[in-house]
Design a protein around this ligand. Structure first.
Ligand code: NAD
Length: 484
């Protein structure tokens, strides 16, 4: 039961393996820190490869029952999950704020997205249909979409509650059972959503093993009875997960990093453009895969754009997420140090930032939002994912150059354009190699719209109706009807 004190955390956390809520097999636990204060919030079990194996066995057994539950019943159950998540919004949002650092208002939005995700896939659970294939007089041929069995889900810390739901909801809707590894740095939100799922769904359908990626994630991605892995995280880990999945002949969806451009044409209202760039890069303190980390601004408006941008960024309130500032902390000391290293690199490559660049002198992992101006696109700070509140601004002179710069990175997750010229917007959408094209609004779209990366940003798509394909396999049935 949730703690009755003002803390949103429970008195203790367990692994979720079937109906048995247990500690890890070796009894070890991992502390969970509040990035705003560096204090320990709670502890979760440090799962082992044995725990993961137990979770997979439990999920395999539960699959034999779950696959027989009718689609309409699955749909009703998932709708109930969505309702319970909505009822728990306040507590879940506070948990996300405390363990991840994002402002409370933003955390509420993520919990709402999580609930909406279960609602959306509840609406699809009873519409997963096959096709009839016309052959000849003597045969009836049709396909059925069947669930895979046990699916594995590895979640990052940057949006821990919504990203838990992003692949788990369609996997369950399609009739699979799941084993989930929440992120080590912010594991509680996922565990809490898992507890809600387990109040509603039969035992063993949802199993959660907290613990380190190199132990639990590694064991999951190479497990022969895990039929697919959905991994969301960094490219370097994604390669390891992909290699493991290949050795186990498992399907894989990889949702990886980005270095996404936002092109600003001079025909657009500058206030609007500045607002979108700020929202795109500083939401979640820049720790968002689809952050607009590169602003590509037409030379005609560049000076005015940078002046307005810097003025607004300097006025940011920064503090613990629970106080609802404009921007919260980074997730950890070591991540803050990595981002500060990039800022030092930026000073060497292009000189001092026009604003920000320093750690804030207080407890917690706070960094001033940082803007580097006149950044050549070939510099490392414009090419590599920093995953922090660091924006680079680069100028362009014509449409051809804007599109060339937008494409000139190894990533292809998102790309945006601000313009009132519909032709320019559509040419941008056609020419830029990215999974999401945002026109006049960064982070446009939602649970219903496919999300995923071109190039080094990943393999496969989450969200929307098509995510069901990640969790079903096609069986073809061919019947000879000529015998009498
Ligand atoms: P990460 O790769 O360090 O960790 C991601 C998850 O993988 C965590 O649960 C971690 O414990 C686990 N893991 C670590 N080592 C593992 C291993 N050897 N085998 C299996 N699992 C392992 O990434 P992170 O720092 O948590 O997240 C930040 C990255 O995630 C950024 O690159 C960001 O762009 C990316 N991301 C992408 C999306 C997307 O939808 N494309 C969304 C959010 C974050």
């Amino acid at each position: 039961m949730p703690s009755t004190s003002s803390s949103p955390f429970r008195e203790s956390y367990t692994l979720e393996i079937g109906s048995g809520q247990t500690g890890s097999s070796n009894g070890e636990r991992t502390p969970v820190y509040n990035p705003s204060t560096a204090e320990v919030l709670t502890e979760v079990p440090a799962g082992t490869a044995d725990d993961l194996d137990r979770a997979v066995t439990t999920a395999s057994e539960a699959f034999e029952e779950w696959r027989l539950v009718t689609p309409k019943e699955r749909s009703r159950l998932l709708l109930k999950v969505a309702e319970r998540i909505t009822e728990a919004e306040d507590r879940l949002a506070r948990i996300e704020t405390l363990e991840n650092g994002r402002p409370l208002v933003d955390a509420r939005g993520q919990v709402q997205r999580c609930a909406r995700h279960f609602e959306y896939y509840a609406g699809i659970a009873d519409k997963v249909q096959g096709t009839e294939i016309p052959l000849d007089e003597d045969h009836v041929n049709y396909t059925v979409k069947e669930p895979l069995g046990v699916t594995g889900h590895i979640v990052p810390w940057n949006v821990p509650i919504y990203l838990f739901a992003r692949s788990v909801a369609p996997a369950l809707a399609a009739g699979n059972t799941v084993v989930v590894k929440p992120p080590n740095l912010a594991p509680v939100g996922g565990l809490e959503v898992g507890y809600i799922l387990n109040e509603v769904l039969p035992d063993g359908v949802v199993n959660i093993v907290t613990g380190s990626g190199s132990v639990v994630g590694d064991a999951m991605s190479k497990h022969p009875d895990v039929e697919s892995i959905t991994f969301t995280g960094s490219g370097s880990t994604g390669v390891k997960v992909g290699q493991n999945a290949a050795s186990a002949i498992s399907d894989v969806v990889l949702e990886l990093g980005g270095k996404s451009p936002l092109v600003v044409y001079p025909d657009v209202d500058i206030d609007r453009a500045v607002t979108e760039v700020i929202r795109g890069i500083f939401t979640g303190a820049g720790q968002i895969c689809s952050a607009s980390s590169r602003a590509l601004v037409h030379e005609e408006i560049h000076d005015r754009f940078v002046e307005q941008l810097v003025e607004q960024v300097k006025a940011f309130t920064i503090g613990p997420g629970i106080e609802n500032p404009d921007m919260g902390p980074l997730i950890s000391e070591s991540h803050l140090e990595d981002v500060l290293e990039y800022i030092e690199l930026g000073r060497e490559e292009v000189g001092d930032p026009v604003t920000g660049g320093e750690r804030i002198d207080r407890t917690g992992y706070f960094l001033r939002p940082t803007v580097f101006n006149n950044v050549p696109n070939e510099s490392r700070i414009a090419q590599e994912e920093i995953f922090g509140p660091v924006l680079t601004v680069t100028t362009f002179s014509d449409e051809g150059e804007a599109i060339e710069l937008a494409n000139d990175v190894e990533y292809g997750l998102a790309a945006g354009v601000m313009t009132d010229d519909v032709g320019k917007a559509h040419r941008f959408a056609k020419e830029v190699k990215a999974g999401q094209i945002y026109v006049n609004e960064w982070f446009a779209g939602g649970n219903e719209t496919p999300f995923g990366g071109f190039k080094q940003s990943g393999v496969g798509r989450d969200n929307g109706t098509q995510a069901i394909e990640n969790f079903t396999q096609i069986k073809n049935v061919c019947v000879n009807i000529s015998y009498r």
